[in-house]
Design a protein around this ligand. Structure first.
Ligand code: NAD
Length: 303
């Protein structure tokens, strides 16, 4: 059986759909605090993973651990809630993994563990987060590494770039579309618009997770998963505006040296050669990803 925490959320629900389509038996643990996409063929355990590890689950082969609060911006404000959802939840999940003799845990980590370092950023770069969210992902990775070493659970930390596409729960594409739907004459851009990052389409992100689950049999390792190109916030605005057929004026809220919010990493491009050399490669570029995501959110292409 495959267990997916956060399986009612954005990435988790697409992963659930893909695995069920491939014929797997999937159980989802989610407290439904933000996610509400429930595949009717999956077994849902509605449970708040902050509350402990006393769950009864049998025959767990692989666990994809995606439950978290994924918002970098709010992690700098509601740090205790983030600590509980991003760190305590991961500890409780690892306890469930240990008690159920799970064979493999795949943890959704993030590019934010690196902070603002060398570009492109390989896995061996310095770990220097600049947000609480990034710090909490580092703690999650460390706990998984420890459990892998001490309890013979195979562990993989997947350091995702920005993932976007239909159902996305947060992020710049969703934010811009919501603002422009409210007022198509002007767009408020957080930061100076020149922040430049790599984006990966949901389909590619899901394939990277299933690829690593199938391939990896070592004890513990980290893998970057992102795109080979990157794109500025201004370019994202242009793509969305073109899709919507509008030309709003841009108003910049630039109070943090170009950052959109405290903890925002301005430049992010991961070196993904490690996973690419094993055989996974993104199908869509960052630009195509943003265009597809805009279409998903505007017209429901990939719901
Ligand atoms: P999401 O918010 O859409 O999904 C998270 C899910 O976790 C939700 O369904 C929510 O209800 C559930 N959840 C939260 N707290 C819980 C708790 N205490 N107990 C049980 N369930 C709980 O987020 P997402 O964008 O799908 O992200 C999934 C994972 O990938 C997260 O760990 C996130 O940090 C990581 N990640 C996402 C991105 C991205 O761009 N979306 C990038 C890097 C890493």
């Amino acid at each position: 059986m495959i267990l997916i925490t956060g399986g009612a959320g954005y990435i988790g629900s697409h992963l659930t759909d893909a695995l069920i389509e491939d014929g797997y038996d999937v159980t989802v643990i989610d407290d439904l605090s933000s996610g509400n996409y429930i595949n009717e063929k999956a077994k849902l355990i509605k449970f708040d993973l902050r509350d402990g590890s006393q769950l009864k689950v049998d025959d767990v082969d692989v666990i994809f651990h995606l439950a978290a609060n994924p918002d970098v911006r709010t992690s700098m404000i509601d740090s205790i809630d983030h600590f509980e959802r991003d760190v305590k939840v991961t500890f409780n999940l690892l306890e469930i993994a240990r008690k159920t003799d799970a064979k493999k845990v795949i943890f959704a980590s993030s590019s934010t563990v690196y902070g603002e370092g060398r570009i492109p950023t390989p896995e061996w770069s310095e770990i220097k987060p600049i947000s609480n969210y990034g710090l909490f992902k580092v703690l999650g990775e460390d706990m998984l590494k420890y459990y892998s070493r001490n309890y013979s659970i195979k562990g993989i930390s997947v350091r995702f770039a920005n993932v976007t596409g239909g159902r996305v729960s947060h992020g710049v594409v969703k934010d811009f579309i919501e603002k422009l739907k409210r007022d198509s004459s002007k767009l408020e851009i957080l930061g100076n618009g020149r922040q430049r990052k790599s984006y990966i389409y949901i389909e590619d992100a899901v394939k990277s997770l299933t690829f690593l689950a199938d391939y990896y049999n070592g004890n513990y390792e980290e893998f970057n998963v992102g795109n080979e190109d990157w794109i500025t916030v201004n370019e994202i605005a242009e793509i969305i505006e073109k899709e919507m057929g509008i030309k709003p004026i841009h108003v910049y809220k630039d109070e943090l040296e170009g950052r959109g919010w405290m903890g925002d990493v301005r430049f992010m491009l991961l070196d993904c050669m490690k996973i690419i050399s094993l055989g996974w490669r993104p199908k869509f570029t960052s630009k195509e990803t943003v265009r597809l995501a805009a279409r998903d959110l505007l017209y429901g292409y990939r719901k």
